[in-house]
Design a protein around this ligand. Structure first.
Ligand code: ADP
Ligand code: MG
Length: 259
């Protein structure tokens, strides 16, 4: 049971699509948190095609936080996706709402960790990670942070500075998710270029991706597609990565012992 944060450096490499797809293939119930600072819920407009009645989501939690009721209110603002174990916490809808978010992240992380006790994992869609200034506390406090990137030079080059900063801020538990590997750089080339371990790789498949990003019906035999196989393998790798990141570092312990 853990908190997994996903974000990007630039462009739109496919964070939201990947997070939702991972959620559907996750072996336990998950809460997907829309923590993208860009206003307008990508999941409500995309996967849900704008036809579901939104919950108050993060905005309602901002209000609840002012009355110290965030944890109690959390379950009621989660939007369940029918026939799945996925619930979505919808993000902000207007730019103005972004201003009030700062006060929500830390209490939200505590409330989400309390959900873990019920056997639920948390997948955070952090959207574009900030270039300057501190990372969102929800991202910094997650068990692992995965930087999603494409594999072209225009995708990888802008991610370099952020990857170095992430490695600094998170000596353990920071890794890469290569979306569309081998277009043209291989996963290991991207990893070498960015100095972070490649934890997952997601196949490039616009038709399969549209199921999550636009609510399109899945193709026949989608279950066995290379895309979904890559999502399942990535899910497993990311969970293993989180387990390793959460285990105490034996090297650090022995150094402590010598002292
Ligand atoms: N693995 C993939 N293969 C092909 N297209 C993808 C893939 N992942 C995402 N996409 C497409 O890329 C676009 C942006 O995806 P999205 O998940 O919204 O990106 P982000 O959240 O990083 O902005 C969408 O049209 C989506 O369908
Ligand atoms: Mg997104």
């Amino acid at each position: 049971m853990a908190v997994f944060a996903y974000g990007s450096a630039s462009g739109s490499p496919g964070v939201t699509t990947t997070v939702l797809a991972l959620g559907f293939e996750w072996p336990r119930p998950v809460v997907v948190v829309e923590a993208d600072p860009v206003a307008g819920s990508a999941i409500l407009a995309g996967f849900f095609r704008g036809v579901v009645e939104p919950t108050g989501g993060l905005v309602e939690l901002m209000v609840a936080q002012r009355q110290d009721h965030l944890a109690e209110r959390l379950p009621s603002v989660l939007l369940p996706i029918p026939d799945s174990q996925v619930k979505v916490l919808p993000g902000i809808q207007t730019r103005a709402q972004g201003a009030g978010l700062e006060s929500v992240w830390s209490p939200l992380l505590s409330a989400l960790r309390a959900l873990e006790d019920t056997g639920t994992d948390v997948l955070i869609d952090a959207g574009r990670l900030p270039w300057a200034g501190p990372l969102n506390p929800l991202v910094l406090g997650a068990d692992v942070v995965l930087l999603a990137t494409g594999s072209s030079l225009p995708a990888v080059a802008p991610a370099r500075a952020l990857a170095a900063d992430l490695a600094d801020q998170r000596p353990s538990g920071a890794g890469l998710l290569v979306i569309g590997p081998d277009r043209p750089y291989s996963t290991s080339e991207v990893s070498k270029g960015l100095g972070l371990p490649a934890v997952g790789r997601v196949e490039w498949d616009p038709r399969a991706a549209a199921v999550y990003s636009r609510g399109e019906p899945p193709a026949r035999r989608a279950e066995r597609s290379a895309f979904l196989r890559s999502i399942r393998a990535t899910g497993e790798a990311v969970r293993d990565f989180a387990d390793a990141a959460r285990r105490p570092n034996p090297h650090a312990l022995s150094i402590g012992g010598v002292r």
